[in-house]
Design a protein. Structure first.
Length: 249
């Protein structure tokens, strides 16, 4: 089984980190390929970043489909382009926010999210509502560390650990969800330090996709997630046009 994990930003070092976490979570016989687009933002920290990351993300999903990927993971906590990716992929596509939050509800009554910047918390709350776990999500905290600074700021790990510990102490949550793919390597250490399960959405999403594929399940293609309608695109997006299969014969 081949699973493609797509980091929607263009930072190769983050893709490498994500790939290590993803491969550690995969079961025997599963090959994980971690990739990032050739175009797009270096990190995703705003609605603007997210919108401009989606074309490159979808192009990479198409590459994975051609390579025979059985499923895909979108490794950004905003789950950008998730619905569109489900339209163009044959196998299941899972975002790390959805996987992380749903996994937390299996492990306890309540959970908290610890993420990077305060400006991204509104999106995280929106997703908690979309995924039906708003009631279980007690809080979403930001450590005010930029995504790329997770790799370079020597105080980052300590600040994230302190925030996780405070969420457990003040909110009484049963689990923590890490709200950035760039935190993927922290989950095991933080679980030991704060005394509750700390969930890396990358690992959770890989396990979810792997399980769905092993069960022989795919995204339903009868309605909303059917293939995009044939349509011409122009300008910089011309290559994303959908050809008419009848006219192409």
């Amino acid at each position: 089984m081949l699973i493609q994990v797509v980091n929607p930003n263009t930072t190769a070092s983050m893709t490498d980190l994500i790939g290590r976490s993803a491969r550690a979570a995969a079961g025997p016989g599963t090959v994980v390929v971690a990739v990032h687009p050739e175009m797009g933002p270096a990190s995703i920290e705003s609605h603007y970043d997210e919108a401009l990351a989606v074309p490159g993300l979808l192009a990479q999903v198409a590459v994975g489909e051609e390579a025979g990927a059985a499923g895909h993971v979108i490794a950004c906590f905003g789950d950008p382009g998730l619905d569109a990716a489900r339209e163009v992929a044959a196998g299941p596509v899972v975002g790390i926010a959805e996987a992380g939050m749903r996994t937390a509800t299996y492990l306890g009554r309540t959970f908290g999210v610890v993420t990077t910047l305060q400006r991204t918390t509104g999106r995280a709350w929106e997703l908690a509502g979309r995924y039906g776990v708003r009631e279980q999500c007690r809080t979403i905290r930001a450590v005010e560390i930029a995504v790329l600074a997770l790799e370079t700021d020597p105080a980052a790990r300590a600040r994230i650990a302190a925030e996780c510990a405070d969420v457990v102490a003040t909110e009484g949550v049963d689990a923590i969800v890490l709200g950035c793919a760039g935190m993927a390597d922290l989950a095991a250490e933080l679980t030991r330090r704060v005394g509750v399960p700390v969930i890396d959405g990358v690992a959770a999403a890989v396990a979810t996709v792997e399980g769905l594929v092993r069960l022989g399940l795919r995204t339903g293609k009868r309605g909303e997630y059917a293939a995009p309608l044939p349509k011409r695109y122009t300008g910089a997006l011309a290559e994303f046009g959908v050809p008419d299969p009848v006219a192409a014969r």
